[in-house]
Design a protein around this ligand. Structure first.
Ligand code: SAM
Length: 209
């Protein structure tokens, strides 16, 4: 995704990107964000037991490598995406693997789950939004979690002033996910992304309100 000329919007065009835009990226094969495999971050979180085994949501799940992996590990997973190609692919992968997960085709800014989740896995979804949408997204993430629920986050770092991907630098993330609502880990762990970028990863806890 990074700096792919087919996808960048200009500074003056921070309007929300539509489902048609993202579908166009899949149609064009312009999906550089996709590792083609599960992020190594997930393996370390699973290994350390940091993710509670319960209901977990992956908003903007894309092709859903992590959705399939988590379902295979016994998590009750919901993947959500509004690009039809992404939804089709993740459903196909689940069927091939003989696994079950909910795959919801909707705009996450209109999503209201029937029950809150124990955890959310946020990976390259926040960076798909212009900063003007971040506060609304943060409020939604908080509302989708049980008190004490975990937000497993991979914050994309880029040096570009525009996006997607919009850079999610740590100081901006600490302001966005403020300590009145979120407990932070001591450190964020850098994880290389195949685009030549770095994600800063860590698990935040939603404070009981
Ligand atoms: C950069 S991709 C990341 C995909 C996946 N998280 C990954 O790491 O491979 C962003 C995904 O979010 C989806 N998306 C963007 N805005 C969305 C919205 N408002 N509602 C639902 N899905 C959205 C896009 O269709 C796309 O599949």
């Amino acid at each position: 995704m990074a700096n792919e000329s087919s996808g960048s919007s200009s500074d003056s065009a921070f309007a929300p990107l539509s489902a048609a835009y993202w579908q166009g990226r899949y149609d064009a094969g312009a999906t550089g964000w996709d590792r083609g495999a599960v992020s190594p971050t997930l393996g370390s979180w699973i290994g350390s037991g940091a993710l509670p085994r319960g209901r977990i949501l992956m908003p903007g799940c894309g092709r859903g490598h992590e959705v399939v992996a988590l379902a295979g590990l016994g998590f009750r997973v919901t993947g959500l995406d509004f690009a039809p190609a992404a939804v089709r692919e993740v459903r196909g992968r689940l069927a091939e693997a003989g696994l079950e997960a909910d795959v919801v085709a909707t705009d996450l800014f209109a999503y209201a789950p029937a029950e809150p989740f124990d955890a959310i896995y946020e990976q390259t979804c926040l960076c798909a939004f212009a900063p003007t949408q971040w506060e609304e997204y943060e409020r939604r993430l908080a509302s989708w979690l049980v008190p004490g629920g975990r937000l497993a986050a991979a914050f994309m770092q880029t040096s570009a002033p525009t996006g997607p991907p919009f850079s999610c630098p740590p100081d901006a993330m600490r302001r966005l996910f403020g300590t009145e609502r979120w407990e932070w880990p001591d450190d964020l762990v850098p994880v290389p992304h195949p685009l030549g970028l770095v994600e800063l990863t860590g698990i935040l806890r939603r404070r009981p309100s």
